[in-house]
Write a new protein. Structure first.
Length: 435
């Protein structure tokens, strides 16, 4: 069974993983080199002391009377080796190919004066013994118990402290590296030509400051580009209003005929299209209307009563009990566009307001023909008209929903369309809940 390893999905996780693995490997190599150097140094020191100590101890035992030698054994013993006044334990002779380095040191120290034999002693803790005889023929055994260089008890604590320090430094380095990217990503995600531009802070390292300046410059260019387009459309509208008005006046002096009616209708459609185009351009560029605190329930009641006073079948359901900061004229334009569409294609509209923890929802519903599912997203595009009753023959320009969507975004909300069960369309305006 193969285990597939995958990179973490976030940049912070990847950088943290790379830094931690690199630092831990570097720390392990450093610790290994230091431990090896310490081991070699301790071994050389121990072997040097072993030669001097063994030669001195054997000389002392050889010169002492036989009855005093047992009392000196404890004084001459060391943690890794000691002395026995006997033939030692039974074992196997040490082969020529596996001679411990301590055997060579002992042989170099006393091998010329005292013939030596060495045996391996089996057992839970394997060790070896060197056998010799003193000048009076008494046997002496050197019992050697090799052991690793002991670790200091404080070393694991230091290693854990170093690991914690590496993790903290890695987290700090990754946070410093990721924070500018996070700010830039948030700024790009919230970039809205309909709102006042919020410039990024241009302080910090050179790379961060350069990226912030580039983003601020791009944001200013986009705003200037949209403003230029809006001014262009406004100028075209202004210039077209005069010839359209003159053409209407001339049409008034024409004799009544079918051609006059057609011309009058075409001029009216041109005028309506120009006005809608300018309205769409202004909705893209953003409204200069100031936000006001608005009681949403009273606002919707006023809107619905206006329709009912005109004899329109518009109903309101639900209460929000919310007072929000919004642009009332822009909000009214969105709801009027949606309600007019419902009245145009269904003859009646129902408004439903709901409130939850995430925000406010205002639904404009009808029982009209609805829209095909594959066209729900396309109808939000400018100048797109559904190829059925919702076409220009009903007076539509294909800009009503596009204007409503742009204004909804300018209000900080969103507009979604969906078909209702049993037929009809539901246009849902979601707004943030602001106290």
């Amino acid at each position: 069974m193969k285990v597939a390893l995958h990179w973490p999905r976030t940049l912070a996780s990847r950088l943290s993983l790379i830094f931690l693995i690199g630092l831990i490997l570097a720390q392990a190599l450093s610790f290994g080199a230091q431990y090896y150097e310490r081991y070699e140094s301790a071994k050389n020191t121990m072997l040097g002391n072993l030669e001097t100590d063994v030669s001195t101890s054997i000389a002392i035992l050889d010169r002492l009377p036989a009855d005093e030698r047992p009392m000196w054994l404890e004084r001459l013993a060391r943690p890794n080796y000691g002395y026995l006044l006997s033939e030692g334990e039974p074992g196997t002779p040490i082969g020529a190919g596996e001679v411990p380095i301590a055997v060579t040191s002992i042989t170099d120290a006393i091998g010329e004066a005292y013939p030596l034999t060495f045996t391996d002693i089996p057992g839970p803790k394997k060790h070896f013994q060197g056998h010799l005889r003193l000048s009076d023929g008494s046997p002496v055994t050197i019992d050697v118990r090799p052991s690793m260089v002991p670790l200091s008890p404080w070393l694991p604590v230091v290693l854990l402290g170093q690991l914690a320090l590496m993790i903290a430094c890695t987290w700090l380095a990754v946070r410093i590296a990721i924070r500018p990217l996070t700010r830039l990503a948030n700024a790009v995600e919230t970039l809205d030509p309909n709102a006042h531009p919020i410039n990024l802070d241009e302080q910090g390292p050179n790379e961060v400051a350069y990226a912030a300046r580039a983003f601020n410059t791009m944001q200013a260019r986009i705003a200037a580009y949209l403003k230029e387009r809006m001014q262009l459309l406004a100028a075209i509208s202004h210039d077209l209003q005069t010839p359209i008005t003159r053409m209407k006046l001339r049409a008034e002096f024409m004799d009544d005929s079918a051609e006059k009616d057609k011309l009058w209708n075409d001029l009216g459609e041109m005028e309506h299209l120009v006005r809608e185009g300018v309205a769409y351009a202004r909705s893209i560029h953003g409204s200069t209307e100031e936000s006001r605190r608005t009681n949403l329930d009273s606002f919707l009641d006023s809107l619905v009563f206006d329709y009912q006073d005109m004899g329109k079948e518009v109903q309101l359901s639900g209460k929000s009990e919310a007072v929000i900061d919004t642009r009332p004229h822009a909000l009214r334009r969105v709801l009027v566009n949606l309600t007019d569409n419902a009245l145009k294609f269904a003859g009646a509209a129902e408004l439903l307001i709901q409130r939850d923890k995430t925000g406010l929802s205002i639904k404009v519903m009808d029982r009209g023909p609805g829209i095909a599912e594959e066209e729900l997203a396309q109808v939000m595009e400018p100048f797109y008209r559904v190829e059925n009753s919702r076409n220009r023959s009903t007076g539509g320009t294909g800009l009503g929903l596009a204007i409503a969507q742009q204004l909804a975004m300018a209000l900080g909300g969103s507009l979604n369309l969906s078909n209702r069960e049993g037929g009809g369309l539901c246009a849902e305006l979601k707004l943030p809940l602001q106290a």
